[in-house]
Design a protein around this ligand. Structure first.
Ligand code: SF4
Length: 220
């Protein structure tokens, strides 16, 4: 089996590569992540993967495209709801590119390290990659890599990999560093249902002026 493994970053590749190798599958890592911003962060994750691939003797294909403008325009278009940007734009974009590369370069199987992170929308990633694999005539090698979340994270830290603090796009950065604090503040004020997602908390606070984001940013 010739498998292309879409790889979002080095830390998320540790456990999946280990599992696949144990099964006798030698994956080719495939970098295509124009969802990572700003550029220094993109570069840090890309370069860390390059070094890690070399260290473990894995083949790595780098589709080097930062793509900030295109990404931001697309997730802000009327067709894309910011709260659903992962499902409507980001996952399909990256996984389709991986499938296209796989078909054009003689691979017969596809998978992704997005199936490893407990923070990704696992069921959707599984569904969209299955659909794409069917369209492209590829075998989707599905594994629930989340089983090894702690093991993979521990090993990534042990070998000194760069560990990012947010998913990738500027919106996820905002959610990580501002949204959660806003949600807590709003809950304390009794105006936020506890089950809101962080993006909705940010959108509501901007819309209603309940909390001034600019002032809050400097205060958090
Ligand atoms: S949160 Fe992550 S998966 Fe969702 S759009 Fe941003 S970078 Fe992509």
């Amino acid at each position: 089996m010739k498998l292309l493994l879409h790889t979002c970053c080095a830390p998320c590749s540790v456990y999946p590569v280990k599992v696949l190798r144990k099964e006798g599958i030698e994956p080719t890592l495939f970098w295509y992540n124009p969802n990572i911003h700003p550029y220094q962060e993109y570069k840090a994750r890309r370069d860390c993967l390059k070094e890690y691939a070399k260290k473990i003797g894995a083949e790595l294909v780098v589709q080097d495209y930062y793509g900030l403008d295109e990404f931001v325009c697309n997730v802000n278009s009327s067709a894309c709801n910011l709260s659903r940007r992962c499902e409507e734009y980001c996952y399909p974009l990256r996984l389709r590119e991986a499938c296209e590369y796989a078909v054009a370069n003689g691979y017969d199987a596809i998978s992704t390290t997005l199936l490893y992170s407990i923070y990704q929308k696992h069921d959707f990633v599984r569904e969209i990659l299955q659909a794409l694999a069917d369209d492209y005539g590829l075998t989707f090698v599905y594994r629930d890599f989340r089983e090894g979340w702690e093991e993979g994270q521990r090993e990534a830290r042990e070998v000194g990999l760069y560990m990012q603090k947010y998913c990738g796009c500027v919106y996820s950065e905002e959610e990580s560093f501002i949204g959660r604090k806003l949600a807590k503040k709003m809950q304390k004020q009794g105006v936020s249902p506890t089950n809101w997602n962080v993006r909705k908390v940010i959108e509501k606070s901007k819309k209603d002026g309940i909390i001034d984001l600019n002032k809050t940013t400097s205060a958090v």
